[in-house]
Design a protein around this ligand. Structure first.
Ligand code: PFF
Length: 457
């Protein structure tokens, strides 16, 4: 009998749920993007805004997604079909599946780079390079090396997803997430105890309100959504594997706390070290690969014990990326398994091969396809912009409108209270936010994202 007809796989423990969902949330967005956007947008001021959005928008949206998935016991597409039969709401699920394709296609490019840099760090070739900018340019434009690493990363992702929820995703994230936290703390201690690090810490945390404008506010919200993995059905899919007795509000809060703590720790890992060793200003680093693949390798090269720290850093970057990529692939695999009735094995194969095909074009846009642009963007740029800036924000908007106005208060309350067992004074407040506040706030960013380039990517 095909496994489609067997009981659905579930996470086996509370810690398993947190590890998997936090694994999805903690990724390249935390380690690569967060330190840069924070320091370039008002430091402590940006941080305050960001934390505000995590609390008042991020947690309610995450809770909405978990509730949809767990109530429907289905993938992102099937969940809407089950909860709102005969309506076009399933389109939101479909948008999520497409977004997963697009995100994984460009995310796996960068994930592949992290593998190359890990190997360069381990073999010592990284520090032999005289010029880190040239080293990155040579590698990223190479006709096949970055493609090979991308495919290796996709195979790693597929192996975990193929193994299933309990035996694959839960097992691996339960091992990797604690390792990730320990390694980050280890590097943070090194970074903040360097001579000259204090200036970096100050730069990071002291609020500069003059840097805050409408765009900064929108960026903080966009970064919060990307970082929490909300808006595309990842957490609907994971929610469908959460057992009925788990407390969804508590889980959402814990995942958001873990994600935010790691984003802040990542900044403490990166920014003080740059202040201690780098000659240029952090404000001049362009968004994109510069920070992680050019500036930091230079920092490690000048740092005592830099070899060890560079190995640890690129290893933890690989780990963070992997626990995120598996969550995105699972969105597509769960859909193909349940809606197209493929076995998990076939679904994993079809999903990862088709995503890799698009992904290869994204990777080659740093080399042979560098001059090929659509709407003025390379393929990588376009996939990044379209998914993170537009698709995720519209996805999040539609998800809260669905819960607030279609699923409705009594169904939502029934789900988050575990049929009336959990009583919390926060439940009503959260529903109010989902129904009124979140749609307005996300609506503004979704519309603005169409017009302001580089907002959330
Ligand atoms: N949250 C991940 C990060 O911060 O890197 C990226 C991501 C993963 C976005 C999964 C969306 C998603 F569904």
């Amino acid at each position: 009998m095909s496994d489609n007809f067997l009981k659905r796989d579930t996470f086996s423990s509370k810690f398993g749920v947190i590890a998997a969902a936090a694994g999805s949330a903690v990724g390249l967005g935390n380690i690569w993007r967060f330190p840069l956007v924070t320091t370039q947008n008002g430091g402590g001021a940006f941080l305050l805004l960001y934390v505000g959005f995590i609390l008042f928008i991020g947690i309610p949206v995450m809770l909405s997604e978990f509730s949809i998935g767990r109530r429907a016991q289905s993938n992102a597409f099937g969940s809407f079909k089950k909860l709102a039969p005969g309506t076009p709401w399933y389109m939101v699920g479909f948008l999520g599946i497409i977004t997963a394709f697009v995100i994984l296609a460009f995310y796996s490019t960068v994930a592949g780079w992290t593998l190359e840099y890990l190997i360069q760090a381990v073999t010592g070739t990284l520090f032999q390079s005289e010029n880190m900018e040239q080293n990155f340019a040579d590698f990223s434009s190479h006709p096949y090396r970055p493609v090979l690493w991308q495919l290796v990363f996709m195979v790693l992702t597929a192996v975990v997803v193929f193994a299933g929820i309990k035996k694959g995703i839960e097992k691996i994230t339960k091992i990797l997430m604690p390792i990730l936290v320990v390694l980050i703390i280890f590097v943070v201690v090194r970074s903040v105890t360097l001579d000259g690090a204090k200036e970096g810490v100050k730069y990071l945390f002291v609020p500069d309100w003059s840097a805050v404008n409408f765009k900064t506010v929108l960026m903080a919200l966009g970064q919060a959504a990307f970082s929490l993995s909300i808006g595309m059905g990842t957490l609907i899919t994971y929610g469908s594997y959460i057992r009925k007795r788990n407390n969804l509000l508590k889980t959402s809060t814990q995942v958001a706390l873990a994600d935010t703590s790691i984003a802040i720790l990542s900044s403490l890992m990166v920014v003080p070290a740059i202040f201690a060793f780098s000659t240029g200003s952090i404000g001049d680093i362009s968004p994109g690969p510069g920070l992680v693949f050019e500036v930091l390798p230079n920092v490690f090269k000048s740092m005592p014990g830099g070899v060890i720290f560079s190995i640890i850093f690129f290893f933890l970057l690989c780990v963070a990326a992997l626990t995120s990529t598996i969550s995105v692939l699972e969105v597509v695999v769960a859909y193909m398994k349940e809606e197209l009735k493929l076995s998990r094995g076939k679904a994993t194969l079809v999903a990862s091969v088709s995503i890799s095909v698009i992904g290869v074009f994204a990777t080659l846009s740093f080399g042979v396809l560098g001059n090929f642009t659509i709407l003025g963007q390379t393929i990588f740029g376009l996939l990044n912009y379209a998914s993170a800036n537009i698709m995720l924000t519209f996805g999040a908007l539609l998800i809260v409108i669905f819960v607030g106005w279609s699923l409705g208060k009594s169904n939502f309350m029934d789900e988050i209270s575990n049929k009336g067992i959990i009583i919390s004074s926060f439940h009503k407040t959260v529903f109010f936010i989902i129904r009124y506040i979140a749609p307005i706030a996300i609506g503004i960013i979704a519309v603005a994202a169409l017009f302001i380039e580089g907002l959330t990517g």
